[in-house]
Ligand binder design. Structure first.
Ligand code: FE
Length: 143
């Protein structure tokens, strides 16, 4: 699913295998390394992605899948935990064949090419949990 190298203490470079789903692979890596707080950044190429849009007025989620080859121009996110499990919050921007970009809150994306990521494990800070916030309809940090 992935190869990784610890390039300095608690900082990993990941190379995900072709055709894997990015969120699944990152979640598996966080479980393997027991990362409870951290940061993710990366790039790559995908041919399928599902983004989620939350309408704040209605609190309804609108999910949309794009099936086309795209370059990940930025994938950024944080690692926290919810209900004792790793919780990834990921946003992505991806460029299409006409060089325009689309993006949003990432639910899933399938690699078609490569995906290279940095994962930083903030192992020495207190684990940060989340809980559901009624007002926004979001799982917000609870410090
Ligand atoms: Fe989000």
């Amino acid at each position: 699913m992935y190869q990784y190298k610890e390039v300095k203490d608690y900082v990993y470079v990941l190379s995900l295998d072709n055709h894997v789903e990015i969120v699944e692979a990152l979640t598996a890596f966080c479980k393997e390394k027991e990362i409870l707080t951290g940061r993710i950044s990366g790039l790559g190429a995908i041919n399928e992605a599902t983004f989620r849009f939350l309408n704040p007025a209605t609190k309804q989620y609108v999910d949309k899948t794009f099936n086309e080859q795209m370059e990940i121009t930025n994938l950024t996110g944080n690692i926290s935990q919810k209900d004792g499990k790793p919780y990834l919050h990921l946003h992505i921007t991806a460029s299409r064949s006409d060089y325009s970009c689309i993006g949003g809150h990432l639910l899933s994306a399938r690699i078609n090419g490569a995906c290279e990521l940095f994962v930083e494990d903030y192992w020495d800070c207190e684990p940060m949990g989340r809980s559901f916030d009624e007002e926004t309809g979001l799982n917000l940090y609870k410090f």
